[in-house]
Design a protein around this ligand. Sequence first.
Ligand SMILES: Cc1cc2nc3c(=O)[nH]c(=O)nc-3n(C[C@H](O)[C@H](O)[C@H](O)COP(=O)(O)OP(=O)(O)OC[C@H]3O[C@@H](n4cnc5c(N)ncnc54)[C@H](O)[C@@H]3O)c2cc1C
Length: 509
Amino acid sequence: MTGDAIWQRLSTPCDVLIIGGGITGAAILHEATRRGLHAVLVERGDFASATSSRSSKLVHGGLRYLAEGKIGLTRESVIEREALLHAAPGLVDPMPFLMPHYRGRRPGRLELGIGLALYDLFAGRRTHRYLDSEETQRLAPTIATAELTGAHLYTDATTDDARLVLRLIGHACDGGATALNYTNATSVVRRDGRVVGAEVTDGESNRKTTIPARAVINATGVFATGLRLRPLRGSHLLLPDWRLPLAQAIALKHPADGRPVFAYPWLGATLVGTTDVDHHDALTMEPQISRAELTYLLEALQAQFPRSDLCESDIIATYAGVRPVIDDGQSDPSKAGRDHTVLTEPGMVTITGGKLTTFRPMALAALRACAPMLAPKTFSLDERPIFTPTTLPVSNLSQATRQRLAGRFGPHASTLLAEAREDDTQAIGALPFLWAEVRWSARREHVVHLDDLLLRRTRIGLLARNGGAAFLPRIRAICQEELQWDDLRMASEEAHYKERIALRYGLPA
Ligand SMILES: Cc1cc2nc3c(=O)[nH]c(=O)nc-3n(C[C@H](O)[C@H](O)[C@H](O)COP(=O)(O)OP(=O)(O)OC[C@H]3O[C@@H](n4cnc5c(N)ncnc54)[C@H](O)[C@@H]3O)c2cc1C
């Protein structure tokens, strides 16, 4: 359908209009569409461009939350982790975690063992075991060994958060939903005290329209208004895996304050994070790591991997995200609540907070809250598998690549390969992506700017030095062919992208 046809269709009243295209909005769109609702989503930037592409990429119960007595949240998250591992292998994958124990440091062997037993009980399977010091060093030869007594090994999961959002949106659109990126909801429309739709503006063309809706769902995360939110920033570092090769995630205790920091393998690099600090900058500005956070994360690495001699010049990229946390008056940011909140007013539901991991229960909670607004229309709120697992037939691609493609592109993975040119089935340098993915995303995945392609459809911008500048000539050829960008447009996209990489994804000044 052309852009004009889509915009014309927007004037037909929909059942639910979702504002915000992060994981929460995407999950609501997916759940609403497959329950027979006519749903529309508008996102003012690119899909997942805010917090949902900047998380720690963990699909996890959160042992920290268990230690804080948040048993319900941990249990729900572990159940969702298990469901996602089953539904989307290749997009959500198991990750072994090693938690070393040092003499005199908490949590001790018994305390952690009890927590992990509970964690396993929620999952309905045992993943944890205790290792002595020798076994621990065999698994993680570079960790600090002074006072090391052993470690616990257990399993959680990692994902590519932006691709998870895109997969949810993709399924919804295949089922008849409409999702528009770079479309800003400028105000909600009220009639007789009830919200009946929203005014939206296309950020590219400045075209405006009103989308009438029986219910509006505000899923704008940290941008939600009318709630006491405490924006908390978390930042991460990406290092080449050869500088810090890890076979599993390692939980580090920061030497200064004892906070847990994790280092783990992610898409061929080593990801380190996160910090947790109050975010005082304007929310309209893209967040970035501060020098203090960078020093903090490097200190944690230097203490845990003293022989690796890690320093600033090892860092490939950094990124920061802002968490929508409900302000519960806690002075310690790390202890502030991670539960979600649902607020209703006539014609509108606002949902914020929560975690990436728990997107499905959050989406169902939002739909439950707007069900009375949609009456007499009824729909089922039963829990369904998140996705049907996809597999690709055996080919000359490795099993790992086929699984990764199936997880990221779901039912479209086979078409992606069928449409690929012969030389597009090569990997992009040493990155775990094929050129065919870049072409597919440019052709089919609502790419509006170069950032969309390199920071979220693929993660080239985070995983290659200088945002993948070395690959730009071939990326340029693909964009010009698939997106019909002329030389002028391409030059302007590249200039903007390079500036953004330097300012927001590099080392702080
Ligand atoms: C550093 C960090 C690490 C994290 N790590 C994890 C983790 O490992 N595991 C986990 O489970 N959770 C994690 N989380 C939490 C998780 O990332 C968030 O809970 C989740 O991404 C929030 O998603 P969201 O869709 O609610 O918000 P967002 O992703 O921020 O989406 C809201 C969207 O609304 C859009 N928007 C705002 N206003 C408008 C408007 N007027 N019109 C149209 N669109 C609008 C924004 O552009 C934005 O894209 C982490 C969070 C942070 C910050």
